[in-house]
Design a protein around this ligand. Structure first.
Ligand SMILES: [Zn+2]
Length: 59
């Protein structure tokens, strides 16, 4: 089996990891109120999903 001859240095490893960025891709804006919301979930602030009200928010 092919194997790496030697371990990559901390510098090489860390340079590769500069491309690893913390992103929350499943985050969009609500089409009803414009708040940040998770996609494929009802909006937590207005309760709308797919242009329809799913629940009435308490506040
Ligand atoms: Zn909303």
């Amino acid at each position: 089996m092919p194997n790496p001859k030697r371990r990559w240095s901390k510098s090489r490893r860390d340079k590769r990891r500069t491309h690893y960025k913390a992103t929350i891709s499943a985050l969009g804006t609500c089409s009803n109120c414009g708040e940040m919301k998770l996609t494929h979930r009802a909006c937590p602030s207005c309760g709308y999903y797919n242009e329809r009200s799913m629940f009435i928010p308490k506040s």
